[in-house]
Each structure stands twice: as structure tokens, then as C-alpha cells.
Design a protein around this ligand. Structure first.
Ligand code: DAH
Length: 338
């Protein structure tokens, strides 16, 4: 009986090459080792073998069987290994790949400046109040001692609405009147928001900008009080070495009135291009509330006095954060905000 072991093994190895999965493998295995498989067939053939060669033949078949088993077993292991790897690959994460970038919002410098200012004043006992962007002339002008004939009204000409019954407020000072008609003294409030003027737009002017208004009403309020509040505010904003200068100026709703300068944040007061060589930079208007304004809201000026101030928010933000052009605040360029 013919038992060509080499050929059988060769045949097995050839067939194994085309096994792709467990199903193929099972088919192949039964082809060699199954009930009707080649090895079983060879075993059956032992009856046809001469008596004296039976033993040798049997041994050969058994050896063939165990070799086939070895080959199949190690192939099975390989197959399992491959399967495991491909499953692992499915869950594989490449930690070196750049992740999706999360973008976080940033606080706009105007909001930041307003928030920081509010923090300073609320720590001093001030309350934050809201004003109206669309205002009535009475609150924006008349009650602030600026009647219709007043030249200061021209200077702040603005956008009228509704047959001049309302207007876009030209400053936040109207909040003073709204507050005093609602609250009884003593009063300490701050308010901030947009104001509008028919200004030509340039590096330091815009038709819309932000102001921050403060009002303090109590008995025996003095310029000394005003000065102290403003010193605390500007020093907290810009640093302790800063000096404050009150320059007499005119605003219809205060008496005396001041334009308030701080020593130049850039050069420390020596003189540079930022302060136009003066050593000082104007940041706000202020004064003691005019008796007429107090009368307009029904307060007795002999009993109550007040101080008020109006801060240019962009001014503060430009100085504090070194912004050279006011338009940057409103261009909505994300790189600027970042
Ligand atoms: N409202 C003024 C302006 O827009 C600024 C100002 C000056 C506000 C004096 C005040 C003040 O409260 O007392 O130019």
C-alpha cells in the first residue's frame, strides 16, 4: 500500500495557504483527519497490508497523523492570534494623532474693563444699576442742567428717534437722573453701557463707544471725596505709582467740574508719544453734582450734595492693554480678542 508522507504533507501545506477563516479550517481539518479523511482512510487500508509490514505501516500512519495535527494546531494558533490582533486593531487609538481643538471663548477687553471697574466700585460700596440706551431728552440733557438752548447740547448732537421724543443717549449721565428719581439718598451707584455721537470715526473716536458713570449722593460731599474715589479707582486699574490730576473744566451738570488726567501709563509722566509729551492722559470727566440737577429731581441741595464721574471705557482699556486703535474693539477680529 502506498503511503507517500511527503506528498500528503505538501498537499496539506498548499491547502493551508488558502485558509482564510475558521470555516475553511474546519473543512481542511476534516479532509485530513475526519471520519472520511485521508488519514482515517490510510488507517483502514491496514487490512490490506501484508502481515509482517502491518506494524511498520501503522507506525508510519500514526506518525503522519501526529505531524498533520502539529501543522494544523500551530496554524490554528496563528489564526487565533490574527483574529485577536484584528480585534485589537479595531479598538486601537493612536495617541500621537493631534486631537480636535476645543476653542474657548475669551472675555472682550471692553467687558473685562467694565467688570474690573465694577469690582472696584462695588468693593467701595457702590451698586451697579442699568440705564437706557434709548433715552428721553429730559434725562439725557434737560434734567442735567442742559436746556434746549445750551451750546453743550450741540457738542453732543446725536441720533434722534421718534420725532425727537427719544434719542440714542450721548452719555451715561442720564443714569444719574433715572437713579435719583427712583432712589432716596444716600446713593452710591455705577452704571455702564453704550453711548452714541455723530463723531467722525478715527483712531480715538467712534460713533458708538462705552462709558462708565458713577454717582454718589450724601451729606457734605466734597472734592476731596471725589479725588479719593478716583485715586482708588485709577490706582487699582493701573498701579499704585499713578498720579491723578484734576483739571478744572466745564460740564453743565457739575460745579465745580473737572477733566481728570492720570500720569502717563507708558512713560510714567516723563513725556512720550502716548501722552503727546505732556506726561498726562485724560481718562474721565467728573465734578460735584450741580444744585440745579439736585433740584430737578426734588433733592434739597442744602441738605444733599453729590459727586459724579464719567469714564471713557475704551480709553481705560486702550491704556491698560496697550491698544493703539479704538476700532480694534469693534472689528470683531477673533485674533484681537484672543
Ligand atoms: N457725561 C460727560 C461726557 O460724556 C462725562 C462726565 C463729566 C460725566 C462729568 C460726569 C461728570 O458724571 O460729572 O463727556
Amino acid at each position: 500500500m502506498d503511503l507517500n508522507k511527503d506528498q500528503i504533507m505538501m498537499n496539506l501545506k498548499n491547502k493551508i495557504d488558502s485558509v482564510k477563516n475558521l470555516e475553511d479550517f474546519k473543512v481542511l481539518k476534516s479532509e485530513f483527519l475526519g471520519k472520511k479523511g485521508q488519514v482515517t482512510q490510510l488507517m483502514k487500508n491496514i487490512s490490506k497490508i501484508d502481515k509482517e509490514k502491518k506494524k511498520e505501516y501503522g507506525q508510519k500512519v500514526n506518525q503522519l497523523k501526529s505531524e498533520i495535527e502539529d501543522v494544523l494546531n500551530s496554524f490554528m494558533e496563528e489564526l487565533n492570534e490574527k483574529k485577536k490582533k484584528s480585534e485589537e486593531l479595531k479598538d486601537w487609538v493612536d495617541v500621537t494623532v493631534r486631537g480636535a481643538k476645543n476653542s474657548y471663548g475669551k472675555e472682550h477687553l471692553i467687558n473685562k474693563t467694565i467688570r474690573e471697574s465694577f469690582e472696584i466700585f462695588t468693593n467701595l460700596g457702590f451698586t451697579v444699576v442699568e440705564g437706557n440706551e434709548i433715552e428721553e431728552p429730559w434725562f439725557n440733557f434737560d434734567a442735567l442742567n442742559t436746556p434746549e438752548w445750551h451750546p453743550a447740547r450741540d457738542m453732543q448732537d446725536t441720533f434722534y428717534l421718534n420725532l425727537e421724543k427719544t434719542l440714542l443717549r450721548t452719555h451715561t449721565s442720564g443714569v444719574q437722573i433715572r437713579t435719583m428719581t427712583k432712589m432716596n439718598p444716600p446713593i452710591a451707584v455705577v452704571s455702564s453701557g453704550r453711548v452714541y455721537r455723530k463723531d467722525e470715526i478715527d483712531a480715538t473716536h467712534s460713533a458708538m463707544f462705552y462709558q462708565l458713570e458713577g454717582l454718589f449722593i450724601d451729606k457734605k460731599v466734597t472734592v476731596g471725596n471725589l479725588r479719593k474715589f478716583l485715586e482708588i479707582y485709577t490706582k487699582k486699574m493701573f498701579g499704585d505709582s499713578l498720579k491723578v490730576l484734576l483739571r478744572p473744566s466745564y460740564f453743565p451738570f457739575v460745579e465745580p467740574g473737572f477733566e481728570v488726567d492720570v500720569s502717563c501709563i507708558n512713560c510714567g509722566g516723563k513725556g512720550c508719544s502716548v501722552c503727546k509729551n505732556t506726561g498726562w492722559i485724560e481718562v474721565l470727566g467728573a465734578g460735584l453734582v450741580h444744585p440745579n440737577v439736585l433740584k430737578n429731581v426734588g433733592f434739597d441741595p442744602d441738605e444733599w450734595q453729590g459727586l459724579a464721574f464719567g469714564v471713557g471705557v475704551e480709553r481705560i482699556a486702550m491704556l491698560k492693554y496697550g491698544v493703539s486703535n479704538m476700532r480694534e474693539f469693534f472689528k470683531n477680529d477673533i485674533r484681537f480678542v484672543e
